[in-house]
Design a protein around this ligand. Structure first.
Ligand code: SF4
Ligand code: SF4
Length: 318
């Protein structure tokens, strides 16, 4: 195998339109995505449509343009730069029916009002970008977390496996952050190369799950059990939204899974935050409903339910 040049290899810039894995962000020094200090790679494309999604730019697999009206000076440089005529009539808001997210207007915009979410990387480029922070992983017990969107839905999937394999060869720990909605064959392939699964449960009631995410939870729960039976390390992550899934009746079935023997080394209660709302607006999506996080007192009460049932490994936050 070609040795990865690290830690000096620079993160590649990539180009919209070329082959590779579509990634919308690479965040360094993350401390809420698994053990130690981690670099989190956010893949584009997700099979769920959570109403509260905090990364709406992750949902579509293709690149998308974000336009931030607050930063726009109205200079018109984007209109001059756009060969697709997706900016026209003196209006800087992109015409989404024409925009191909080529990024030409991003280069032209001196106000940083425009941004393309979704750059294609080869597995080698991503591995090199992750390897840059090797020193922090070694000191903290950290590594890479592959997130999204949904990394198990990323295409081509063999490139995801190759990325994991490259990281393992470099001795870098790999955590997989997943919503669970994927064929189990993909999980099976990852079992060889992943150290731990950060596994989301949005709702235990399938109808409720479908109402808020667009998808029932049957496959998600099946995959969770299969991972458990295959000996995977699992950390459960429960995004909690007031009025959606933050009542005792929502939590008790999760405790029921643990009582049946599901092995979870940690249970994270993740209160809702509204980062996604402004991003949805910049993407030109239908505006997100206004949700609230459960109060701290309520979160403590829900955590206490786990502790009282004999599962002290519950934490509030990532
Ligand atoms: S990303 Fe490309 S196609 Fe879209 S508005 Fe900008 S220049 Fe035009
Ligand atoms: S180039 Fe940027 S600042 Fe100028 S009109 Fe376009 S979006 Fe606004």
């Amino acid at each position: 195998m070609k040795k990865i040049d690290c830690p000096s290899a620079a993160a590649p810039q990539g180009e919209a339109g070329r082959d590779g894995l579509s990634v919308f962000d690479i965040q360094r020094y993350c401390i809420h995505d698994g053990e130690g200090i981690r670099t989190t790679v956010f893949f584009k494309g997700c099979p769920l449509r959570c109403a509260w999604c905090h990364n709406p730019e992750s949902q579509a697999g293709k690149p998308e343009l974000l336009w931030n009206e607050e930063r726009c000076t109205g200079c018109g440089a984007c209109e001059a730069a756009c060969l697709q005529k997706a900016v026209w009539g003196g209006c800087p808001e992109p015409d989404r029916s024409r925009c191909i997210a080529c990024g030409a207007c991003v280069q032209a915009c001196l106000g940083s009002a425009r941004q393309v979410a979704g750059i294609r990387y080869s597995p080698e480029e991503l591995a090199a970008a992750v390897c840059r922070d090797r020193m922090f992983y070694e000191e903290s017990g950290g590594g890479a977390t592959l997130s999204g969107g949904e990394v198990l839905a990323a295409e081509p999937f063999p490139a995801v496996l190759e990325l994991c394999r490259l990281l393992k060869e470099e001795g870098i720990s790999v955590f997989i952050d997943t919503c669970g909605q994927a064929p189990f064959e993909r999980f099976e392939q990852l079992l060889e190369v992943a150290d731990c699964f950060l596994y989301d449960i949005k709702a235990m009631d399938s109808q409720k799950h479908r109402k808020w995410t667009g998808v029932g939870n049957e496959l998600i729960l099946q995959n969770l059990w299969k991972l458990h039976l295959n000996g995977a390390r699992i950390r459960l992550r429960l995004p909690l939204v007031e009025g959606v899934n933050a009542e005792e009746e929502d939590i008790l079935p999760v405790i029921g899974l643990l009582k049946k023997g599901l092995r979870a080394e940690k249970i994270h209660l993740l209160p809702y935050h509204d980062f996604g709302r402004s991003k949805a607006q910049r993407l030109g999506h239908v505006s997100q409903p206004s949700f609230q996080a459960p109060s701290r007192e309520k979160l403590e009460g829900l955590a206490e339910l786990f502790r009282g049932a004999g599962f002290p490994q519950v934490v509030i936050g990532g």
